[in-house]
Design a protein around this ligand. Sequence first.
Ligand code: UT7
Length: 331
Amino acid sequence: MKKTTAAITAVGGYVPEFVLSNKVLETMVDTNDEWITTRTGIKERRILKEENAGTSFMAIKAAEDLLQKRGLDAAEIDFVLVATATPDLPVASTAAYVASEIGAVNAFAYDLQAACSSFLYGMSTAASYIESGRYKKVLVIGADKMSSIIDYTDRTTCIIFGDGAGAALFEPNEEGLGLQDEYLRSDGIGRQFLKIDAGGSILPASEETVKNKRHYVYQDGKSVFKFAVSNMADVSALIMERNNLTHEDVQWLVPHQANKRIIDATANRMGVDPGKVMINIDRYGNTTSATLPLLLYDYEKQLKKGDNLIFAAFGGGFTWGSIYLKWAYNS
Ligand code: UT7
């Protein structure tokens, strides 16, 4: 009997209209376009300005884009996973709200939080449900409103992050396409280097925590960089090696967009030339859970059935990993 694999069969995306350029950031904090461009590769990022709109606002738009493009009735979806580090509310599931809003009336839904690796881990979750035969249509949405947790007076973080959402539909495949292999890792040592101190169960919100700006992202950039640059390259090289893939067999590297220098180091280690590396960090910055599906959304037209894609991500926790996936359709 042929093995059932889990393939991506449609993608969608959404980024807010408002553009925050390096030039504008120069007027907000002590920074400059040259520093940001050479150290990160970022030129501009999108910021969600709509009032009372959270991560779900963008997740819904990305999902609706996918449904419309694919001509799919949301009632057919079995499971909606929202990969996010910035849920609408600390307790109620964002995914449950998104599923209801898009009309996925027959689905169950939950959130997955693994910082910048959320979507990558979500791909694994989706594939497991599909491969087991338990569900047939799984919608994974990576969405983050990073602007809701960033201190725009802190030049070490406010230049990096942006808002956005991307969605991918996973379905069973009998042709051997879709997810082929994965290598997922985590290490709690990372907690001290990239975190939000307050608002969780260790340090609940108080006047003091607000006054001391402890609800914003803190990052020891240099330390995170060191871990990210070696680990993302290591897992990508490992996935290639154990699947007997040379750089010629890989059509696309789909890397998390945290820093262009980390992306270049990963590509270099894999021997993959720059033309095969998906990039949107210049336009969107680091959109956390949304980087990978937004790359698929941006590059969809260039992807061909049978293309070998290597996904790689690294994020807070630490969490990281790599996935090897064969693209399943021509658009
Ligand atoms: O997505 C989740 C995982 N996250 C990552 O992978 C991020 C990893 N880290 C990074 O991408 C980089 O570390 C950053 C982009 C965050 C920072 O780049 P860096 O090359 O590591 O810079 P640095 O922190 O070592 O700072 C170098 C200098 C410092 O000044 P001194 O001490 O040398 O005088 C900083 O104060 O640059 C200064 N600096 C800035 N200057 C202008 C820091 N931020 C800025 C800024 N504009 N925005």
